[in-house]
Design a protein around this ligand. Structure first.
Ligand SMILES: [Zn+2]
Length: 406
């Protein structure tokens, strides 16, 4: 197969290495074959040679926390009563928007659509980023994933969560997810903002329940992500072996210590919280959701800043779900918030959306430009390592070495 060569003014490779000026990337069979300076890397004979002298090239971006549920409103009642089929069809449009915005891989952490979408994208039936999915999340009864506003009898296995209670039931539900072929397990160890009758500070699931789900997942090398906002639920998740903490509003020193011990990754999802607090009232977010978001806002920023200073790896994840308030395609907001509100440098935010985000996934051939990785690239007009807003200026996207039509 003919090779493609891409020259760029600057290349960020997604690892801890410094960016390369006047760089060259050689692509063979959809994967990165070589990266270096234009002086050091030869252009193979007959290669398709493209040059972006003023641009910055990074690995394709990864949103490590979103939902491909195809939601179009912020009302949890709509999420509970709309069909999964309608959600899946709408989500194909969301996948296209994500790809155009430079996202070539996404981690769907709770949906009834993710498994089917993963297959449709992999088969080339619909354009989109590589999909890694947990399928439906697992919540306790009365937990964050339960639709509290409905009579219990009406809540079935629909929506974005399944309810499980007791170690045996949790174990069986985890095994069912693994049987479905999920890429990760998503559990919920605290209450949340968009769940009516619980609070972010309340811990959910017992140690025995968490340990049962983690044991099943790890036995087959499936990572486990936990929705965890209050410190007790963050710590019970980490103590019992969870690999990534989602949201993490209230972080204490002990939690930071557990992150290090577990080598866990933090996915703060500042974006959805920011959008709910600043514009949620105009977009139909229920009053109880607005209230809980406002209460968490400052501690959330502080928690991320403190975790970052303590060396906890921070991955980019938006928690976007599709409606106008939190639209797929607007996901680079997370990089801007990490830089503007939480003290990350622009290069650190870019790593958070590439190499670090890839650590939340079960396979490691995305997120960097190391030889052998998928040749998923974004060409930005400008230099986002200096001015993070340049992440909005996407000039070209490559997935598996092929230019994507934007
Ligand atoms: Zn989420």
């Amino acid at each position: 197969m003919a090779e493609t060569v891409i020259d760029a003014g600057l290349v960020v490779d997604g690892t801890d290495e410094e960016p390369i000026r006047d760089a060259r990337i050689v692509i063979e069979d959809g994967r990165v074959a070589d990266v270096g300076t234009q002086e050091s890397v030869r252009v193979p004979d007959g290669a398709d040679h493209r040059a972006y002298p003023e641009a910055t090239v990074t690995p394709g971006l990864i949103d490590a926390h979103l939902h491909l549920s195809g939601a179009r409103t912020m009302d949890p009642m709509d999420w509970a009563i709309e069909s999964t089929e309608l959600g899946a069809v709408r989500a194909t449009a969301d996948l296209r928007s994500l790809l155009s915005a430079g996202f070539t891989a996404v981690r769907d952490v709770g949906s009834g659509t993710g498994l089917a979408l993963r297959e449709a994208v992999a088969d080339g039936d619909v354009p989109g980023p590589r999909v890694f999915t947990s399928g439906r999340a697992i919540s306790q009864t009365g937990g964050h994933g339960d639709s509290h506003f409905l009579p219990y009898e009406w809540v079935d296995d629909g929506g974005i969560s399944t309810l499980a209670d007791g170690p045996a039931d949790c174990r069986k539900t985890a095994r069912k997810r693994i049987r479905d072929g999920v890429d990760l397990l998503k559990i919920m160890t605290t209450g949340g903002v968009l769940s009516e009758k619980d609070s972010p500070r309340q811990a959910q699931f017992t140690d025995e329940e968490i340990a049962a789900m983690v044991e099943e997942a790890h036995r087959v090398d499936v990572p486990v992500a936990s929705h965890a906002q209050g410190a007790p639920g963050i710590k019970s998740a980490l103590r019992n072996g969870v690999d990534t903490i989602e949201h993490g509003f209230h972080m204490d020193e002990e939690a930071v210590e557990l992150f290090h011990r577990r080598d866990a990754v933090f996915v703060p999802t500042l974006s959805i919280m920011h959008k709910i607090v600043t514009e949620g009232d105009e977009h139909g977010v229920p009053e109880w959701g607005l209230k809980k978001s406002r209460a968490a806002r400052e501690t959330h920023f502080e928690a991320v800043e403190r975790a970052h200073e303590a060396g906890v790896p921070i991955a980019v994840g938006t928690d976007f779900i599709g409606p106008e308030l939190v639209p797929h395609g607007g996901n680079v907001l997370e990089l801007e918030l990490l830089v503007e509100e939480c003290g990350l440098g622009p290069l650190e935010a870019l790593r958070g959306a590439t190499g670090v985000a890839a650590r939340t996934l079960p396979e490691n051939d995305v997120g960097t430009l190391e030889p052998g990785a998928h040749a998923d690239l974004v060409v930005f007009d400008g230099d986002p390592t200096r001015d993070i807003e340049a992440v909005r200026a996407v000039e070209q996207v490559y997935k598996g070495g092929e230019a994507v039509s934007l």
